[in-house]
Design a protein around this ligand. Sequence first.
Ligand code: TYD
Length: 211
Amino acid sequence: MENGRFVVFEGLDGSGKTTQMARIQHRLTRMGIDTVTTCEPTDGPVGSLIRQMLAGRIPIDPRTLAALFAADRTDHLVTPDTGVEALVNKGRTVLCDRYYFSSYAYHAKDMDLDWIITLNTVNAKILKPDLTLFIDVAPDTCLERIRAGRNRLDMFEKIDILTRVRDHYFAAFERLRDQETVVVVDGNASEDAVEQSIWHHVCQWVTPLAQ
Ligand code: TYD
């Protein structure tokens, strides 16, 4: 049996990854491709610890946080039966909301990119995505979408952070351009138009499974 594909959705908070991932899962399933969705941080033991840290409930050093994300990722990959590696080996296609490029983008404000890449070497050895889709949305649009769901935000500070994260994503894509398959999709258009352009790329990498 042929292995399933591993497709990662990346983007800033508010870029619409989760919505688009659900739409693509729907399309693939309709074509008869057995597709599951998952995300990082996970809801496993390490992921739960990370979420408490992100919520500010536990103080954390940025290096420790980056290492925990890498550990959560390994756990996500190798958990027997339900881990991403096991699913792909069983022929299932896995769509994942964030993977190691999130670490390269979100932790590069505190640490050197090469250090974070090294930290994730074990994960890249276990499973590289067949395709990483970056949904590129302007930071101020992301911020507006986040604000629509929450009460209070420091606008300038947040735009500044999102802009830096976006820059770090592109620095990482450039740094790994010979090793990774990354497609940048313009995510500023309507949900339908974004879905259509993502689908165009997914077709090239995933749908041969249906034939
Ligand atoms: P996520 O659950 O995608 O956020 P959302 O609340 O938008 O659904 O991710 C939570 C946060 O974790 C997000 O701000 C990005 C951050 N993150 C890292 O800092 N490093 C990582 O390796 C990953 C996977 C996520």
